[in-house]
Write a protein that binds this ligand. Structure first.
Ligand code: GLU
Length: 491
């Protein structure tokens, strides 16, 4: 009996030793096989991510690479102190497969966390909540219930969370439901198809809808489908957790420092301020009227090193490009100059379009100089607010911002304080007193939208150009961002 027990103990010892050895070998194999663990990335000095070419992720702007996901990944690379390499996948399926097989460090691609994907990849903590929106054309009957999807042409991106949603719906309650999945089209093309009346519906995420709907004035969201979902970066299951953990630290940091909400504000914050009618009117007037003044805007833009489309957007917001416009308070002309400003800028006749554009542009350039210690793009938005409400009130709002613990050089914070200038409790302590501070907030949002539309109008479709002004890249060398990374395309 004694002998038997000793044998058994020996056997157990051997077995656990073998198991340990196996574990060590397994860990060694895993870590040498994966080339994208934290240590490998630090050794090589390169973080390789995969994304897709879409308006919310990554796209080539006129003079720079842009996109919410791209910029977030740039920040992460910067946080790690390495260079960013971007791989662009053709389809969502390619994208997930590349992550799954560990060929890239992570996917930053507006990916929704779904149970099916959870089987294949490991998601980091979510950075954005989204809702799925059913997009329809506004001259058609608005579907109010899910059953109304039956018999309609619905097209979604292949392998997307939207396709998965429809599959689940078909299995759970609507067996007759049909739809088409497209591998060769991304969301903006699908929204365009709805806009053109080629298909009945498509499904997009709310952030995609926000980014796109302003450019497609004939579409709207009919209803929200399913519960709120979460977007997150995806990591390979065959790498260790080191990079994933680093990304957790990074997300905590960008959340705490407000960098994440700043990025959100920059990409989505000014959208949807103007309704469909506003967009349609703007585009119509841009076709009919803008050509008369475009050269004048361009000339002034050259003189003051500004973007002519920004000046044109100011002109539209001020007067709808009408040289004889007049406000209740006697402000006049295409750029709506007050008598004092006109005099200061050497404008003799405010109703003369050329003089008005000259004076308005010079005035805006002057305001930008007053705020030259502020980094772009905040400097532009703050100078615009000053064009509307006066630099004195903006300075007051900056002081309030500081007192409330915000950053007076961040538009995102200043725009919260501006409306307070209309409240006695605040304005009685300011230097310049009361102001209708909510007006400049709306003013800036509108101009940003008009500017986006002008940029968009110049580009061949489909295109996405939301966030830069020529010559003034919003993330320049000053903010420490690296230049355009090498690109690889995965087919
Ligand atoms: N969030 C969606 C997904 O993860 C995006 C798909 C799309 O834009 O088509 O599938």
């Amino acid at each position: 009996m004694q002998q038997h027990l000793a044998n058994k103990q020996q056997w157990l010892l051997k077995a656990s030793f073998a198991l340990c050895l196996l574990c060590i070998v397994f860990v060694l194999v895993m870590s040498s096989g994966s080339r994208h663990d934290y240590d490998d990335i630090m050794d090589k000095g390169v973080l390789t991510i995969i994304t897709r070419n879409s308006p919310t992720t990554y796209y080539q702007d006129k003079d720079q690479v842009s996109g919410f996901e791209y910029e977030l990944a740039q920040m992460f690379a910067q946080y790690l102190g390495v260079k960013l390499e971007v791989v662009v996948a053709d389809t969502l399926d390619d994208l997930i497969s590349e992550v799954e097989s560990g060929n890239v460090a992570l996917a930053a691609a507006g990916l929704t966390i779904t149970p099916e994907r959870n089987e294949r990849v490991r998601f980091a903590s979510s950075y954005l909540d989204v809702q799925q929106k059913l997009v329809y054309r506004i001259d058609q009957k608005r579907p109010k219930k899910i059953e109304q999807l039956l018999g309609k042409t619905i097209v979604v991106t292949a392998h997307s969370s939207h396709a998965q949603y429809l599959r689940d719906l078909q299995q759970s309650s609507l067996p007759q439901l049909t739809w088409i999945e497209r591998d060769d089209a991304e969301v903006s093309e699908l929204v365009q198809m709805v806009e053109n009346g080629e298909i009945d519906y498509t499904i997009v995420d709310s952030n995609e809808f926000d980014a796109l709907s302003g450019f497609y004035p004939n579409v709207a969201s009919a209803l929200q489908l399913g519960e709120t979902q979460q977007l997150a970066w995806a990591f390979s299951k065959c790498s260790d957790n080191s990079l994933l953990n680093k990304s957790r630290e990074f997300f905590q940091l960008v959340r705490e420092t407000g960098l994440l909400s700043q990025l959100e504000e920059r990409y989505y914050g000014h959208l949807n301020q103007i309704d469909n009618v506003g967009t349609l009117t703007f585009l119509r007037q841009a076709d009919q009227r803008l050509h008369r003044y475009q050269e004048l805007f361009q000339k002034e833009a050259n003189t003051h090193e500004l973007d002519w489309r920004l000046l044109a957007a100011i002109g539209y917001q001020e007067s709808h490009w009408k040289p004889r416009a007049r406000s209740r308070t006697g402000v006049r002309g295409l750029m709506m100059l007050t008598r004092t400003t006109a005099k200061e800028m050497g404008v003799k006749n405010r109703l003369n379009a050329e003089q008005s554009i000259q004076g308005g542009s010079a005035y805006f350039a002057k305001l930008k100089k007053r705020f030259d210690h502020i980094a772009e793009p905040d400097r532009t938005w703050i100078a615009l607010a000053a064009y509307n409400v006066g630099a004195g009130h903006v300075k007051d709002a900056q002081k309030i911002t500081e007192k409330r613990g915000g950053d007076p050089e961040r538009w995102m914070d200043v725009k919260e304080s501006l409306p307070l200038l209309a409240q006695k409790k605040y304005y009685k302590k300011t230097q310049y007193g009361f102001a209708r501070g909510y007006e400049p907030v709306e003013y800036v949002q509108n101009i940003r939208r008009f500017y986006d539309l002008l940029v968009w109008r110049e580009q061949p479709e489909p295109s996405y150009s939301f966030n830069s002004t020529d010559g003034e890249s919003f993330f320049t060398a000053d903010s420490g961002y690296t230049t355009i990374p090498p690109l690889t395309v995965v087919n």
